[in-house]
Design a protein around this ligand. Structure first.
Ligand code: GLA
Length: 339
């Protein structure tokens, strides 16, 4: 990050979490139900005002006009698209310069592009004193995803990153945007294992699946209908602390994503099996599929051991994830306070 030098007086820091979706997969773009948790892995951005937008990360730099116009590639496409969507909503063209730093892996099914859009959006809004409601910002970021890479995704990732709450999952109706938080049992841990299989939904079958669903393909439609029912049942199971039922719902969700929606891979199927063998209460692929990660549930006191057992047999990376609050701007004078 050598290219970026900051003076602390006008510096602002932002952070946006990734997410793990507990259940409700490929339901968001048809106005269905999702149940994500914002996680402790995320993307940080430190900025100061500038004439243009100039951002650097370890291996890439982005330079654009303050309204997002200009040529860019890689993750710069998301930055440009977010700036352009905000310009369309009336944000003044104020630039920022700064550095991006992430511990959230990219392309792992943990909402990395959504988190990037959200963190950049917060910084751009703050620089221009542009006020916008969280859900409107999530919608702008969702549009930015399509503008940037042409992927017709839903609002799951961006909403989870903005509305996450520590200790809870977010139950979101993607049709009405009505939402509430569902408190997670303290003795329940969430384990995420990255298959190492990378997807970009530009190249995966994501857009095909959406088209097939919208064209009324019976298996795609059946997945979405049964998955929405599973989200309702999962919320009820969490609320009565019925972890056994929750585990069965995870199994049914994975089977439906594999059989009816056809977004799993042999590697993800194997990881799900390994997680169950290792003592998980339930396991399923999370996110769009075609690679990425699985999510497993474990008793808190056994979670590290479950993770260790899976990872030692696969050599992939994983985490006992902590739930996190939604994206924030830190005050420059107090690194812990919400601005
Ligand atoms: C990706 C998309 C989301 C959602 C999931 C599948 O993560 O970005 O909008 O469709 O896939 O549930």
């Amino acid at each position: 990050m050598a290219a970026y030098r900051s003076s602390t007086s006008v510096r602002q820091s932002f952070w946006a979490p990734g997410r793990v979706n507990l259940i409700g997969e490929h339901t968001d773009y048809s106005g269905g139900l999702v149940l994500p948790v914002a996680i402790h892995l995320g993307i940080a951005l430190v900025t100061e005002p500038a004439e243009r937008i100039a951002l650097v990360s370890d291996d890439h730099s982005v330079e654009l006009a303050a309204d997002g116009s200009g040529q860019t590639q890689g993750w710069g496409r998301y930055v440009a698209a977010v700036a352009q969507e905000l310009a369309a909503l009336g944000r003044r063209a104020v630039g920022i310069q700064g550095a991006v730093d992430a511990d959230l892996p990219q392309g792992a099914g943990l909402g990395s592009s959504g988190a990037l859009e959200v963190v950049v959006a917060l910084a751009l809004c703050a620089a221009a004193d542009f006020e916008i409601e969280s859900l409107d910002l999530a919608l702008a970021c969702q549009r930015a995803e399509r503008r940037a890479v042409g992927v017709p995704s839903g609002i799951l990732d961006q909403a989870a990153s903005l509305l996450g709450r520590e200790g809870s999952a977010l139950l979101l109706d993607c049709g009405t945007l009505e939402h509430r938080w569902v408190q997670l049992p303290e003795d329940l841990a969430i384990v995420v294992v990255d298959s190492g299989e990378r997807h970009t939904h530009e190249e995966s079958g994501y857009a095909d699946r959406r088209r097939q669903f919208e064209a009324g393909d019976p298996r795609r439609v059946r997945h979405v209908a049964t998955e929405n029912e599973r989200v309702r049942a999962a919320v009820a199971a969490v609320e009565r602390r019925d972890l056994k039922t929750l585990g069965s719902l995870f199994a049914a969700s994975h089977a439906s994503l594999r059989g009816d929606y056809e977004v799993s891979t042999p590697t993800l199927d194997r990881l799900v099996e390994l997680a169950l063998e290792a003592g998980a209460l339930g396991a399923r692929l999370t996110g769009g599929g075609f690679g990425g990660s699985i999510v497993a549930l474990a008793e808190r006191e056994r979670a590290e051991e479950v993770l260790h057992r899976i990872v030692e047999r696969t050599g992939t990376q994983g985490w006992v994830v902590r739930s996190a609050g939604g994206a924030i701007r830190y005050r420059t004078d107090s690194p812990r306070g919400r601005a």
